[in-house]
Ligand binder design. Structure first.
Ligand SMILES: Cc1cc2nc3c(=O)[nH]c(=O)nc-3n(C[C@H](O)[C@H](O)[C@H](O)COP(=O)(O)O)c2cc1C
Length: 183
């Protein structure tokens, strides 16, 4: 079948991974939460995320060197939309979204209790990609995953967990995966 040729908005032609909420700490200790989707696994313990430089998440990561990646599932989908709002540093999206946190093991930034899978990360390096975003590479140093959503290979079972994927960013349209198959 003939394909349409495009030269703009190209990354929409592939879609990214399950939506994540990144938690970080503001200078006064308030927990910030931002929603992200433009990320990729770089190695078994490194993840890179394209983060807007004006965001609180970017500023907090650069200041403290720490952040937590929290996977978003169907049950907390609306909370992730709330975490995408721009609010003042004196407020926490966590409270507004009806989420709660639990202390991490190796870093000061807490993880989201309602998230099924969370990664404690340390800032490793930043790659300038020009324009609004910067590519932040983090070293994952500890993880927390609910037993019920652990896949055969020890990773997250995105189907069982009902991890959500944004399928028309920036529109708030999401999907969960089903019907796995092997070839
Ligand atoms: C599903 C979804 C995915 C998003 N992905 C990204 C992303 O990959 N990078 C980015 O800079 N902003 C992304 N955003 C927008 C941020 O969530 C938004 O800028 C937010 O205000 C950042 O929060 P913060 O200022 O507390 O860090 C996304 C928003 C949604 C709803």
């Amino acid at each position: 079948m003939a394909k349409k040729f495009l030269e703009k908005g190209l990354t929409k032609l592939v879609r990214t991974r399950p939506v994540i909420i990144i938690t970080t700490l503001h200078p006064d200790g308030i927990v910030n939460a931002g929603t992200f989707g433009a990320y990729t696994n770089l190695s078994s313990d490194e993840i890179g995320i394209a983060i807007g430089k004006p965001s609180h998440t970017y500023q907090n990561i650069k200041r403290t060197g720490e952040f937590v990646i929290n996977v978003v599932t169907r049950s907390i989908a609306s909370a992730s939309e709330i975490c995408a709002r721009e609010i003042s540093v004196s407020e926490s999206e966590i409270e507004q979204a009806g989420l709660t946190t639990e202390p991490s093991k190796k870093i000061a930034v807490p993880f989201i209790k309602e998230s099924v899978s969370c990664l404690e990360c340390k800032f490793e390096k930043e790659v300038e990609i020009g324009g609004y975003h910067s590519f932040i590479i983090g070293k994952c140093i500890a993880g927390h995953i609910e037993e019920s959503v652990i896949d055969k290979d020890g990773g997250l079972d995105v189907i069982k967990a009902k991890a959500i994927f944004n399928i028309r960013y920036p529109d708030p349209v999401y999907a969960v995966l089903s019907n796995p198959f092997t070839v």
